[in-house]
Design a protein around this ligand. Structure first.
Ligand code: 6PG
Length: 252
């Protein structure tokens, strides 16, 4: 299966959030490349990052794409050309428009049965880390940048409210119904995500205000899985638009 490169529409309208986030992320990508010679990024699914992905495509000339390696924080168990595929969304908005080598794109093979997709992704992560991140403390990468969305129910990646907390595995399969999206999923777990150098949560729109507020203020990682993302040697940042922030001013 191959997706053909899509054309960026003649006019791409980016909202203020996308413009701001694009500038910030370009700076992060460049800083990581300067520091370590390459940058590993886990992309988020969902609709929130699409403006950012389109912004990065427009700013393609500002990033040395040969040095960028992309992964996904989670994927739906559908084929990569399915409209529900997180890979497909990122490919159409970003990856098909930038000179990133195909071997730098490390997608979850959502077309496989769940167990096989998990095993395949674990192997990809292990093999990549052995070559490009040999000093990583565990047999998976210490991602330079992890982008994460936030669901209205408080889920992040495919860590849904009520999902098991003490998971030793870096990748798990999950079944979860959310807004009619594909239910079968594969997700990175906090075990791996908490090795990251930098985690950036993205949330926009008034529909996210309550989830952001509860995640920040209610100490219940089972109901609000984003609370479990606390890198031991990394930073967490929230990029919100005004609507998602509501009247919040700073994280608890
Ligand atoms: C997915 C996700 C998921 C997403 C949130 C927010 O594959 O569904 O990665 O965690 O980030 O559901 O989605 P929206 O950005 O569409 O609100």
């Amino acid at each position: 299966m191959t997706l053909s490169p899509s054309l960026l529409p003649e006019h791409v309208v980016l909202d203020d959030f996308a413009v701001e986030a694009t500038g910030l992320l370009v700076a992060e990508l460049r800083a990581a490349v300067r520091a370590r010679g390459l940058v590993s990024v886990a992309l988020a699914g969902g609709g929130t990052p699409l403006g950012l992905y389109r912004g990065l495509a427009i700013m393609a000339g500002d990033v040395d794409w040969k040095r960028v390696h992309v992964f996904w924080g989670d994927e739906r168990l559908v084929s990569p050309d399915d409209p529900g595929s997180n890979y497909r969304e990122a490919f159409e908005a970003l990856l098909s428009h930038v000179p990133i080598p195909p071997e730098n794109i490390h997608r979850v093979r959502g077309e496989l049965p769940a167990g096989e997709a998990v095993a395949d992704y674990v192997a990809q992560l292990r093999d990549w880390a052995a070559v490009h991140d040999p000093r990583a403390p565990n047999p998976w990468p210490r991602f330079d940048i992890v982008l994460l969305g936030l669901g209205e129910d408080g889920h992040t990646a495919s860590l849904f409210p009520g999902s098991p907390v003490d998971v030793a595995a870096p990748v798990i399969a999950v079944t979860a119904d959310y807004q009619g999206r594909p239910a079968g999923r594969v997700t990175l777990t906090p075990r791996l995500l908490n090795d990251a150098r930098r985690v950036i949560f993205l949330a926009t729109g008034a529909k996210k205000t309550a989830a952001v507020r509860k995640t920040w203020t209610i100490d219940d990682p089972v109901r609000f899985p984003a609370r479990r993302i606390r890198p031991a040697n990394g930073r967490v940042t929230w990029w919100l638009d005004r609507a998602a922030a509501g009247d919040l001013t700073s994280p608890a």
